[in-house]
Design a protein around this ligand. Structure first.
Ligand code: NAD
Ligand code: MG
Length: 323
């Protein structure tokens, strides 16, 4: 295309009202062209451990959730979204992206994660965005119901629900998995999703979207993650079955399947002691992923323009082929 014809295209676009959308896309990409092997840190992570639930702000290096890189283009303008585990990691990347795409967001997190939640709220509120913080324990069924009611009330509706919170503890053998660990993993990862979906669906209109965070473990379980992987398998099947139920209500349900991503979950017992340096190194891309690299998937699944996509599972795993 010549410069003259490009100018003509923009002129035409201006007349038809497309200039705002088309011009920035031509002028500058959302993300600069970059080699995925080296776009983020690829050296092994230093061994580290924090008491559960770990704080992202105390990790070395601090995960990248797109704080300084994600730029929105109005894809979710006016939408109301609740994201569990939105204080840190993958949930925080979704919160930042949704907010910069124009959505009002409510964030749930465990009460002791207040410093991480305040960090992300401060960032987005300084950009003029609406952020509602609702701390509370998702293993409590009553709290799950209260959370949906409160998010709906404070946001003035609910169009997007992201079930993203999870509990993960690595253990070599089933003999080391206590009943308490098994129970907590099930309640956090599966029961909470059930309670939250059940309470949210009656409030949702056609066009709404539910996004569940599954895992590569949904289809290819690590032997050290027997209980956690079982919940991730359940989340995948729950997603597909609920999508079939809700099709007639016009509500889409999809899942994202991350591979090894650098987040607080990993330093709070998610990996066996001594294994941090190996984390993500054996993927074809040769490194762990950063939460920021998943933001686009959550935005795409929340965006009503992807209206034919429901009951589907999208991976971000550095090439392992697990989803
Ligand atoms: P993360 O620690 O940042 O997020 C997990 C969040 O779960 C916490 O921030 C916390 O707010 C929430 N949570 C846990 N128990 C809770 C409870 N009882 N009440 C309220 N909130 C509670 O870690 P992350 O890796 O970003 O995890 C997000 C999702 O990604 C999880 O579903 C996890 O299973 C999934 N995932 C992560 C990886 C990875 O390598 N990091 C890989 C596959 C899937
Ligand atoms: Mg957290």
């Amino acid at each position: 295309m010549t410069d003259t014809s490009r100018r003509d295209l923009f002129k035409g676009a201006a007349v038809t009202g497309l200039a705002a959308a088309a011009a920035p896309a031509f002028a500058q990409g959302q993300t600069p062209l970059a080699d995925p092997q080296t776009r983020f840190v690829s050296t092994p992570f230093p061994e580290q451990r924090q008491k559960w639930p770990a704080l992202q702000r105390n990790m070395r290096p601090v995960p990248d959730c797109g704080e300084s890189s994600y730029r929105g283009s109005g894809r979710l303008a006016g939408r109301k979204a609740l994201i569990t585990g939105g204080d840190s990691g993958i949930g925080r990347a979704a919160v930042i992206a949704f907010s910069r795409e124009g959505a009002d967001v409510a964030i749930n997190y465990y009460p002791t994660e207040e410093p991480d939640a305040q960090d992300v709220a401060k960032l987005l509120r300084a950009e003029g965005r609406k952020v509602v913080l609702i701390p509370g324990d998702l293993t409590d069924a009553k709290f799950c119901n209260d959370l949906i009611a409160r998010a709906n009330r404070e946001l003035g509706g609910l169009d997007i629900l992201v079930n993203n919170a999870a509990y993960q503890q690595s253990k070599d053998s089933i003999a080391e998995i206590s009943f308490e660990q098994f129970d907590r993993t099930m309640k956090t990862n599966v029961y909470a999703m059930f309670h939250l979906c059940k309470a949210a669906i009656p409030l949702m209109k056609p066009g709404a979207s539910i996004i569940n965070t599954a895992s590569v473990n949904s289809v290819s379980p690590e032997k050290e993650l027997l209980d956690y992987a079982s919940t991730k398998g359940a989340i995948l099947i729950f997603t597909k079955a609920l999508a079939k139920q809700l099709a007639k209500q016009g509500i889409r349900v999809n899942a994202v399947g991350p591979g090894p991503i650098w987040t607080p979950l990993q330093v709070a017992g998610g990996q066996l002691p001594g294994k941090m340096g190996e984390f993500g190194q054996d993927t074809p891309l040769g490194r762990a992923g950063q939460p920021a690299e998943l933001a686009g998937l959550y935005v795409a699944l929340a965006d009503p323009s992807d209206s034919y996509t429901t009951g589907s599972f999208f991976g971000a795993n550095g090439g392992t082929g697990a989803s």
